[in-house]
Design a protein around this ligand. Structure first.
Ligand SMILES: [Fe+2]
Length: 324
């Protein structure tokens, strides 16, 4: 007789997606130009020192909020719950940890949200209610599953893909996200003796990572590594690399293909100093409900980092905000 068992990761399915990220920028006009002129994103609204942007295949009000600040880094990450009930369940769970900050009445583009801090001290929020962007009639696409016409601007990205951060203790942050928000550890980097978790790639969806964490090079909390936007077509990454370099942007690495998650990557610094990744495809997808976390040893990182193309040393040392 076959037997059944609950998945080892707990089977929490309450968090739907990474809906938006807020980047802090000491050069907000430069950051704005980078995302709008070169990556084809649209401004939907601005308020105070912040401007809200979305990509042409995104249906919400924004996936990126740029806020003027003396230093680059992360403002916050917005996660969307699957339902109002799912939101309440996750808040109750977070409140048992002492990491909850409390409810807010939301922001432009989304309703009431619950703020909390990760063990690694990044600011996160969880909400359900969102505003869908009302696309002007003359900008609607004849492709009914595309909210807005592809813009004739730069090499336009299609949607946000994932965010990566650093953490003083990767394991503690991964366990919090697994136990209280239902993220599943898909791939990891561990020390050769297996005792230390150096990196964790995790998701609540079919992709390998919606969020990832690696050990902070200075052992500091609260820092940001990169936000990734998705093309879905590898050639667009090569086109973006050429366009961005020609216009003076600093391309840090790629085009190349990661071993971890198998994504076609390009890393570039936006003028505010934050790293942005552009993803040429989705890597591989995970359908197995009993997926066993892939563990790369440190000594296997040559393949883990890149199948081809180069991930330079700065990738492991440059994190925002920089150390004073
Ligand atoms: Fe938000």
């Amino acid at each position: 007789m076959p037997t059944t068992s609950e998945p080892t990761y707990g089977g929490i399915f309450d968090v739907a997606q990474v809906a938006h990220v807020e980047l802090l920028s000491p050069d907000p006009q430069g950051t704005y130009d980078f995302f709008t002129k070169f990556l084809g994103m649209f401004e939907t609204e601005r308020h105070g020192q912040s401007v809200y942007l979305r990509a042409y295949e995104e249906s919400y009000h924004h996936s990126l909020k740029i806020t003027e600040s003396p230093k680059p880094g992360l403002g916050h990450v917005g996660l969307r719950a699957r339902s109002p009930e799912a939101l309440q369940r996750r808040v109750a769970s977070i409140e048992t940890t002492g990491l909850g900050v409390g409810w807010t009445d939301g922001d432009l583009g989304h309703g009431d949200s619950y703020h909390f801090r990760l063990p690694s001290e990044q600011n996160f929020e969880l909400f359900y209610d969102v505003d869908y962007y009302d696309v002007p009639e003359d900008q609607k696409s004849k492709l009914l599953n595309r909210p807005q016409k592809r813009p004739p601007t730069g090499v336009p990205v299609r949607r946000i893909d994932h965010c990566t951060f650093t953490a003083p203790d990767v394991k503690a942050t991964r366990e919090f996200l697994t136990d209280h928000l239902g993220f599943q550890a898909r791939e990891q980097i561990v020390s050769d003796d297996g005792s230390v978790e150096i990196g964790s790639w995790m998701s609540t969806s079919l992709v390998v990572h919606d969020l990832a964490f690696t050990a902070d090079p200075a052992g500091l909390p609260g820092r940001f590594h990169h936000v990734c936007y998705w093309y879905g077509i590898p050639q667009h990454v090569a086109d973006a690399a050429e366009l961005l370099r020609e216009h003076g942007y600093v391309v840090e690495g790629g085009p190349g293909k990661h071993g971890l998650a198998q994504g076609i990557f390009l890393y570039v610094f936006e003028p505010g100093g934050n790293r942005v990744e552009l993803y040429g495809d989705a890597g591989y997808l995970i359908f197995d409900p009993a997926w066993k976390t892939i563990k790369w040893k440190e000594s296997e990182l040559d393949w883990g980092a890149a199948v081809y193309g180069v991930v330079p040393d700065t990738f492991f040392t440059v994190v925002t905000p920089p150390v004073d």
